[in-house]
Write a new protein. Structure first.
Length: 390
């Protein structure tokens, strides 16, 4: 028994030791693809289908979930999709059980065993609020779902290239993957309580706590396999300010803040007055003041007072999962208001968040050098870049 215990803790200690984070080069940051028309709120293939009422248990909810499934089947067949089902009554269901369906999409290195991969989880909820009638929830959280889909699609080729270039022995040693959780039933139906909220997240965290991997695995359960739970919520309004909520993941927040700062310096942040298209038009080229989204990179250890926002991470955090919560404080003005719709999104800000989350994910997965040159500049870049042209 003692031996087994020692092995187990050595395993998880090694898992932590293997952790690394690699900044992307400026070249790669410049190459990160934007969503283009796919985020058009009327016709965009990724975002438009999500901008509908999608209350848990309704047809709209099922249609949006089907959109996600179709997206993965079409663009990301390498990802493993599963649905996690649960049911619960709600304060407005008159005793009836409402279904809650979480979508889980996982991309692990080829040939790795289920329990041996530690994953970066990208998380958002896809249900919308029951009231007011017709509520869309564009920031809450249609836009974050769209961001995550675009990030997944944009890193897939780089991931595949990286893994193809990695000798099998190193793949075994690396064992890091990406997991997407699109959660159902985050919103309260009546008013927020422990039982009227987080329906999908609570059911999933509870089930995963007792879903054990093979005894020889590095990680005991799918919860232990989550190296970082990166939760996006209420994103897409102009001028967000996102604090660092948790001391234990402040290091990850700092990495993201650093990526943001570098993207700003490179003129790649569209909502910034210093975006390269605006600089090109301006006579006085002196940079204007930046207003970073991530405002607390310099926060000291003793400034964490324990305040946080109730959200899908709660049942996971209660079970020891490390959380990076990207949610603005204050909330957007449109929060839980009928105006939280596609028209009220600030599309530059939506694209900026997407790029930032993509950069963070690519740095986490150490993908520098595996992104293709943008299609237009391919011939020019091919000459002088070390990036693979097959
Ligand atoms: C979960 O629910 C979905 C949607 O209702 C259904 O299609 C699927 O078969 C269910 N999966 C399981 C494992 O019960
Ligand atoms: Zn909400």
């Amino acid at each position: 028994m003692l031996f087994a215990f020692a092995l187990l803790s050595l395993g998880s200690w090694l898992g932590r030791l293997a952790y690394a984070y690699q900044d992307l080069s400026d070249e790669t940051l410049k190459k990160l693809p934007g969503p283009g028309d796919d985020f058009d709120i009327k016709k965009g293939s990724i975002l438009a289908p999500i901008l509908v009422p999608r209350v848990s248990g309704t047809e709209g909810n099922a249609a949006v979930r089907q959109h996600f499934v179709d997206f993965f089947k079409t663009h990301l067949p390498e990802w493993t999709i599963s649905l996690h089902n649960s049911t619960s009554t709600t304060p407005v269901s008159n005793g009836k059980e409402v279904p809650f369906v979480n979508l889980i999409a996982t991309r692990d290195p080829p040939g790795t065993a289920e329990g041996d991969v530690s994953r970066l989880a990208l998380v958002a909820h896809y249900d919308s609020k029951y009231t007011p009638t017709g509520f869309i929830g564009a920031t809450d959280s249609a836009a974050p779902c769209a961001m995550i889909l675009h990030v997944a699609r944009s890193i897939e080729a780089a991931l595949a290239k990286k893994w193809a270039a990695t000798p099998d022995d190193d793949l075994d040693a690396e064992h890091r993957g990406v997991q997407i959780l699109l959660l159902d039933g985050e919103e309260a139906f009546k008013s927020w309580t422990d039982s009227d909220s987080l329906y999908g997240a609570r059911a999933l965290a509870e089930d995963w706590e007792t879903s054990f991997h093979m005894a020889s695995s590095t990680y005991r359960t799918p919860l232990d396999s989550i190296e970082l739970f990166l939760l996006l919520d209420l994103l897409g309004s102009k001028g967000p300010k996102v604090p660092s909520y948790f001391k234990t993941t402040h290091w990850a927040y700092k990495h993201m803040a650093n990526a943001e700062q570098r993207l700003r310096k490179l003129g790649l942040i569209k909502s910034s007055p210093n975006h390269d298209t605006k600089m090109a038009k301006r006579e006085n080229k002196k940079p204007r003041a930046e207003r970073p989204f991530l405002t607390e990179a310099a926060k000291g250890d003793d400034a964490f007072l324990g305040g946080f926002v109730q959200d899908d991470h709660v049942p996971f955090m209660a079970r020891g999962v490390e959380i990076l919560h990207i949610i603005p404080s204050p909330f957007p003005q449109v929060w839980h208001n009928i105006e939280d719709d596609g028209e009220h999104l600030d599309m530059d800000t939506v694209e900026d968040w997407t790029k930032l989350v993509m950069a963070f994910t690519a740095e986490w997965m150490e993908l520098d050098g595996f992104f293709d040159a943008p299609a237009k500049k391919l011939t020019v870049d091919a000459e002088k870049s070390e990036f693979e042209i097959p």
